[in-house]
Design a protein around this ligand. Structure first.
Ligand SMILES: *Cc1c(COP(=O)(O)O)cnc(C)c1O
Length: 380
């Protein structure tokens, strides 16, 4: 389908932080499959686990228990404040699960309105795209899902004013990704949490991009110290194998009964075996790497901004950062790609850095050198 404008290269294989195209040209990968390949490419522990698990059982349906599914559910529950997990296959599906749970919760008290933020991104299915607070994603699609409305991110007054007697849930990304790398302030998150508590509203964090270790904590909310009632995960959760999850506290999760929601592939043994590998390796030292080197990456980006006037802002944290430029982000991405560095855009004027969580200081140095030379070439 005519849904993507792809770059004119075909990638064939990768190792660690590098990928190679069909002509064996080497690229340093600072896009990581758009924040998905958390362990880089061809990680030996992950590939061995894929081989092992595929010989045991790839899929068996949610009519039965499997050990990999129970294990990762237990790890997710033990890691933080959530009590139950629903497994699916993508970020959009994890959002749909949270939207449905919110409506189930609201229906007890005759409420169904859900508030989300402007500049957000929550996925492409009809519910998730409605929740996405950017008009251009809605163009030509007709009516959106009713009873969803938008408030301004990092503006507590705007959220307070949006709340009505019909509001049952608030959904937000603690660090907005596609919308341009906007970091929530702790004050804002704490304020929204208090508004939710005062009004019996459920707070949902979309951690699809910023969760699963990207900020240096397994859950993004642990970085801010504000606990939601539910959180959505996907992207990097299983190191590149498609998987999503929606976790919730018991007090929220209890509004689902058997039959209310389901997914054929969700929580299959292959994907959940991979999620166990990712979880264990993150806790085994990779999170520390992200914490330490995330600071280094932002220092290097600030340094770069002093040498290149086209960089107007450096934003984000951990391994989810961006630079705002006063030239098209796509020109920076294209020039860097020609020079062997894969980057992404986030909106028209933000270049995004979401490398694998195994990315080292040396990789950051290499990326900054290539990016610097690409910017110099553009500025000429
Ligand atoms: C990518 C993304 C989604 C959608 O995930 P898919 O797997 O593409 O459906 C939802 N929310 C956020 C914050 C994302 O970055």
């Amino acid at each position: 389908m005519n849904t993507y404008s792809r770059f004119p290269i075909a990638l064939s294989h990768g190792e660690g932080m590098y990928v190679y195209d069909e002509d064996e040209k080497k690229y340093l990968d600072f896009l990581g499959g758009i924040a998905v390949n958390s362990l880089g490419h061809g990680h030996p522990v992950l590939t061995a686990e894929i081989a092992r698990q595929s010989k045991e059982l790839i899929h068996c349906s949610n009519l039965y228990w499997t050990k990999p599914m129970a294990d990762i559910a237990e790890k997710i529950v033990n890691e933080g404040d959530m009590d139950r997990v629903f497994f699916c296959n993508s970020g959009a599906e994890s959002i749909e699960a949270a939207l449905k749970l919110s409506r189930k919760f609201g229906s007890e008290t005759g409420r169904q309105e859900i508030i989300t933020m402007r500049c957000s991104f929550h996925g492409r299915t009809f519910g998730a795209i409605t929740a996405t607070g950017q008009d251009h994603y809605h163009t030509g699609l007709g009516d959106m899902l009713p009873h969803i409305k938008y408030a301004d991110f990092n503006d507590l007054e705007s959220v307070r004013n949006a709340i009505t007697k019909d509001t049952c849930a608030i959904l937000l990304e603690p660090l907005q990704g596609e919308g341009g790398i906007h970091l929530a302030t702790e004050e804002f998150l704490r304020g929204v949490r208090a508004l939710c508590d005062e009004n019996d509203i459920k707070l949902i964090f979309d951690e699809v991009q910023c969760g699963c270790g990207r900020l240096g904590t397994y859950f993004a909310y642990q970085t801010f110290g504000v606990v939601p009632d539910a959180l959505c995960m996907a992207k990097g959760i299983a190191g590149g194998v498609p998987m999503g999850a929606m976790a919730a506290t018991e007090d929220f999760a209890r509004y689902f009964s058997p039959g209310d929601h389901a997914s054929t592939f969700g929580g299959n043994p292959l994907a959940t075996a991979c999620a166990n590998v990712v979880f264990d390796l993150l806790k085994g030292g990779i999170l520390e790497n992200v914490k330490k080197n995330g600071v280094y990456l932002s220092e290097r980006l600030v340094e770069l901004s002093k040498a290149h006037g086209c960089i107007k802002d450096v934003r984000g944290m951990g391994y989810m950062q961006g630079i705002e430029v006063d030239i098209p982000a796509s020109s920076v991405v294209a020039e860097a790609m020609n020079r062997g560095l894969l980057l992404g855009g986030a909106g028209k004027n933000v270049v995004r850095f979401v490398p694998a969580l195994i990315c080292s200081k040396e990789h950051i140095d290499e990326a900054m050198e290539i990016l610097g030379s690409a910017l110099s070439a553009i500025e000429k």
